[in-house]
Design a protein. Structure first.
Length: 560
């Protein structure tokens, strides 16, 4: 296979030559580097590479070099090479020139570029190369080319093969799927050896797992299944943004921390293809990458993790809480933080539920998108996750239709609305809902209901993100919930249900010492930053609970 290509385009031949020189020096052993001073020549080269089946990893273009005789160069890049990263190559101090700065902001806001890069001014220019390396890492992850990629092979898209893909998505582990009767599937089956049963996983170290159990999957994903101790200062249920944040802050302050999750890390946020409004990540960051970084951070501080294990019950104990796991083990905790988030509501349409994994997906458009090149795709939902999914899918699909029950996109961030309006192959249908559909082994059509009645449309895939359902049914009755099952905390806890003289802390439930953070809370702000903030606050409240307990245990003055 030919090496992937890096392309630089700038009408100034000296700039194009300097960028080419720096790229060849640093990346020439692994990538082919091409430079053009004519955007039309660059477009011709991009077309040739597409026709040859070659990968383009990254395209740079100067501010005056993004227009060809056909139109916008970056739009053609997205059409010809959906995986390629697109970077505007700008001069140093570009932000000092207001017209240039305005053009950069507009291009990023409308999704026409992935980000900008300051063109190199010295040799070596490490600022330039840091940006290039970031782009190449994200490209490799999306292309499933990182060495840690797990390959999954199955007879069909649905069934156990889909369950395996879903588990690895929740564990934020790079993975790729192919059918057994495809060229790649037959090659992987040959490498796996005789006697291999479908579905199977081919691990980076060469091991093969035939129809693995959840325990084997957890081990393959690097998740420990055993614990060195069974009593902790704080147990956190849920490894989404709120739970990971609580783990980082609690462990960094010396507390013994255990995080338990029925899946892996990241929660709903882990399926987000690109989060652009999270503080500190100007280029944006995928939900899985953010979760991985947070997991490594918490683990470095000493937090323990137990993945693919479900908490079946909890009860008060003399020292705090006893947490019962679905495998029969119990864990003790002085304090407990519930960060169990919420799951997307199901459609409840039998003909579509049967096609889950075979064209119908709940959440996670990230890993399925490349297989939908040239297809007609629908996304049901009006929140940020649905908007991010629609834009990511639009890189590959022929057309993406966003179905929104509400009369407008009022529940979506402005930057996403702008980008959706600017995307040529994304349509928005408001006041519309999915009421039926089906297909022979794979989704083929949907029935949509709108103000004008019901219509049947051809569809190759449907991604459903129609609202959150909290996972709180397993909690004891004394934990107060609202009518939808979200946990009441702080001032929302009724006086009649609170047993202590003091009022509950801000994130404390109706059970003293039991905290809740993130999407599982009543009236929480459904944003990653809000969940992270609540996780850090919950960790601080654990200290207040321990201080309170210590004060109560201390002997009073004059009392023997």
């Amino acid at each position: 296979m030919a090496a992937p290509v890096l392309i630089a385009v700038d009408r100034d031949p000296e700039v194009a030559a300097e960028v080419e020189r720096q790229l060849v020096q640093r990346y020439g052993n692994e990538y082919r580097v091409v430079a053009h001073s004519d955007p039309d020549e660059a477009l011709g080269r991009l077309t040739e590479l597409r026709d040859a089946g070659d990968d383009v990893a990254l395209v740079f273009a100067g501010p005056t070099s993004t227009t060809t005789n056909r139109g916008e160069l970056f739009e053609d890049v997205r059409r010809l090479h959906p995986h390629a990263k697109r970077a505007l190559l700008v001069p140093p101090y570009a932000w000092a020139d207001e017209p240039t700065a305005a053009a950069i902001r507009a291009a990023m806001a409308l999704g026409r570029i992935d980000h900008y890069v300051l063109r190199p001014v010295a040799s070596p220019d490490e600022v330039f190369h840091e940006a290039v390396s970031d782009f190449l890492l994200e490209w490799a992850r999306e292309r499933r080319l990182v060495p840690q990629t797990v390959h999954i092979v199955g007879e069909a898209w649905s069934g156990r093969a889909y369950e395996l893909r879903e588990v690895f998505t929740r564990c934020a582990v790079p993975h790729a799927f192919c059918l057994a009767d495809s060229d790649q599937g037959r090659e992987l089956l040959r490498r796996a050896g005789p006697g291999t049963k479908l579905p199977f996983m081919l691990l980076p170290d060469g091991r093969v797992l035939s129809n693995p159990t959840d325990a084997e999957i957890a081990e393959a994903a690097g998740a420990p299944s055993q614990l060195e101790e069974n009593t902790f200062d704080v147990v956190i249920v849920g490894a989404g943004p709120a739970g990971l944040s609580a783990a980082v802050y609690a462990a960094s302050e010396g507390l013994r921390v255990l995080v338990i999750d029925s899946g892996g890390i990241g929660g709903q946020a882990g399926a987000s293809s690109l989060i652009r409004n999270y503080l500190g990540f100007g280029k944006g960051i995928s939900g899985s990458r953010l979760a991985e970084e947070a997991y490594e951070q918490a683990a470095a501080f000493g937090a323990s993790f137990l993945f693919l294990h479900r908490v079946a019950a909890l009860e008060r104990s003399v020292d705090g809480f006893t947490v019962s796991l679905s495998d029969g083990r119990t864990v003790g905790a002085k304090a407990l933080i519930l960060a169990i988030g919420a799951t997307y509501r199901r459609l409840g349409i039998e003909s579509l539920e049967e096609l889950t994994g075979a064209g119908v997906f709940y959440g996670a458009a990230f890993s399925e998108a490349p297989a939908l090149t040239g297809k007609d795709v629908y996304v049901a939902g009006g929140g940020n996750s649905a908007g991010q999914a629609a834009l990511h899918l639009a890189r590959y699909a022929r057309r993406v239709t966003l179905l929104v029950r509400a009369p407008a996109l009022d529940g979506m961030s402005h930057y996403l609305v702008q980008a959706i309006d600017a995307a040529p192959n994304v349509a928005v249908r408001t006041g519309a809902a999915v009421v039926g559909g089906g297909g022979d082994g794979h989704l083929q059509e949907l029935v949509l209901r709108a103000e004008g009645g019901e219509t049947t449309v051809p569809a190759d895939a449907l991604f459903v993100m129609i609202g959150a359902r909290p996972q709180t049914d397993w909690l004891p009755a004394e934990v107060d919930r609202d009518e939808e099952g979200f946990l009441l905390t702080g001032d929302d806890v009724p006086d009649r249900d609170w047993p202590l003289a003091r009022r509950p802390f801000a994130l404390e439930t109706s059970v003293p010492g039991l905290l809740a953070a993130g999407d599982v809370r009543h009236a929480s702000v459904k944003r990653v930053a809000a969940a992270v903030g609540e996780g850090s606050i919950a960790a601080q409240l654990v200290h207040r609970l321990f201080d309170e307990e210590a004060e109560q245990a201390a002997p009073r003055e004059g009392v023997a």
